[in-house]
Design a binder for this molecule. Sequence first.
Ligand SMILES: [Zn+2]
Length: 90
Amino acid sequence: MERYQRHLSDTEVCQVCKGGVESILHVLRDCPAIADLWSCIVPIRKRREFFSTSLLPWLYDNLGNDVDMGGYGWSTVFAMAAWWAWKWRC
Ligand SMILES: [Zn+2]
């Protein structure tokens, strides 16, 4: 989306799923290519909120949440998954 707005690309559509605007939130959370991963690691009771918040609250809420996830804090699991999602797409 940013590349398109800066005339560095001729489309803002995600080239992986062709199903949405390739915003930061789409790349990190909403693209079907990464949403399946989140669905595997986000507890069912948290999914509705997880997939409905906007970018900054989503980042701050998850990075500030240290619920234990089997020996790791959620913020660590979240940060690693988001980092790999970003790295994979860039
Ligand atoms: Zn996509």
